[in-house]
Ligand binder design. Structure first.
Ligand SMILES: Cc1cc2nc3c(=O)[nH]c(=O)nc-3n(C[C@H](O)[C@H](O)[C@H](O)COP(=O)(O)OP(=O)(O)OC[C@H]3O[C@@H](n4cnc5c(N)ncnc54)[C@H](O)[C@@H]3O)c2cc1C
Length: 294
């Protein structure tokens, strides 16, 4: 199929883009990398009358580390992050997760903002910003600037808190805590496919070896990436160990609301979630203790 007819605008500045959105919000779609929107247009699952192509707005792209953490422009390509040698030291989990996103050809065009705005529950970026406690900066003519916490940004499957006239402009990720160990594990049917289920973990500990502020996020297992807060509560203040991790993973699997689809049953997703969570906890511990360096 071919897309339904649409007008195409390529604003050169953020201000122009926001003006266009203000004038056409309900009829317009933002075009970033086009890796998701392109197929949606071709299949006429999206029929906007105007496309606002933000690829010429240079200020929306790039990485800016500072004392408050790392700011990532919404138009930053996945491959730009993948190729940045500084990323692994700044935000190890992001560096670990990017290679799981699709194939290199998709990562060459696909953007951080496009992935977040699309809000696929099996995508890596929603899980990343949820685990890392990031804030998402949106701008519009009517509301000005709005910082939205990752916990509030994702409403449900393919639905975010962005208003129709809002443009997602950047992601602000707090600094990685000293000594943190991370892991991302997922199961996909083929390399480059979306995860059937995945788990991300961050572990830190105090001087006495007790876990502090543990984070466990499951994705592909419900209508949005989910922090398994009951499992996190079991881990917080405890000494790490295989029995504890197994119990926390089993609890995490009760917190999700998985679905059946062509790729897997809900029951299988719940099983995967438990296995991946338990393994991710072990991996993150090994990295926190300096026993793994990959
Ligand atoms: C074969 C294939 C495999 C894939 N596998 C994975 C995978 O394993 N994991 C994964 O996470 N993703 C995967 N993807 C999706 C890929 O990461 C896309 O690049 C991403 O979801 C969309 O990014 P984009 O820049 O191409 O956005 P676009 O396609 O341009 O836009 C996507 C949506 O977001 C909106 N949008 C874009 N930017 C903004 C903005 N700044 N503000 C507001 N709204 C905006 C658009 O209007 C549109 O509705 C895959 C895609 C393909 C084609």
């Amino acid at each position: 199929m071919k897309p339904a007819p649409f007008a195409w605008c390529a604003p050169a500045t953020l201000d122009e883009a926001l003006d266009l959105l203000a004038g056409h919000a309900d009829a317009a779609r933002i075009l970033a990398g086009g890796q998701t929107l392109g197929p949606l247009l071709n299949m006429r699952l999206a029929t906007p009358s105007i496309l606002i192509d933000i690829n010429g707005i240079g200020e929306l792209a790039g990485l800016h580390p500072d004392l408050a953490g790392l700011t990532i422009g919404a138009l930053t390509r996945q491959s730009t992050l993948e190729d940045d040698p500084a990323l692994a030291a700044l935000q190890p989990l992001i560096a670990m997760a990017i290679p799981h996103i699709a194939h290199r050809a998709v990562r060459n065009r696909g953007t951080v903002g496009g992935s977040l705005a699309h809000a696929d529950p099996a995508a890596e970026w929603p899980a990343l910003v949820t685990l890392l406690g990031a804030q998402l900066l949106a701008r519009s003519k009517s509301r000005g600037m709005r910082l939205i916490g990752a916990d509030e940004f994702f409403i449900t499957h393919l639905t975010t808190a962005l208003a129709p006239d809002e443009l997602l402009c950047e992601v602000r990720v707090p600094p990685s805590p000293p000594g943190a160990g991370y892991a991302v594990l997922e199961f996909a049917r083929r390399h480059g496919d979306f995860a059937v289920a995945g788990a991300m973990v961050r572990l830190t500990s105090d001087a006495g070896g007790k876990l502090t502020d543990p984070r466990l996020v499951l994705f592909g297992t419900g209508r949005r990436a989910l922090r398994a807060r009951r499992a996190e509560a079991m881990l917080a203040g405890a000494s790490a160990g295989t029995a504890l991790f197994a119990a926390a993973a089993a609890t995490a699997a009760t917190e999700i609301d998985p679905y059946d689809d062509l790729h897997a049953s809900a029951e299988y997703r719940r099983h995967l979630a438990e296995v991946l969570a338990s393994r991710a906890l072990e991996e993150a511990l090994a990295r926190m203790n300096g026993k793994r360096h990959d």
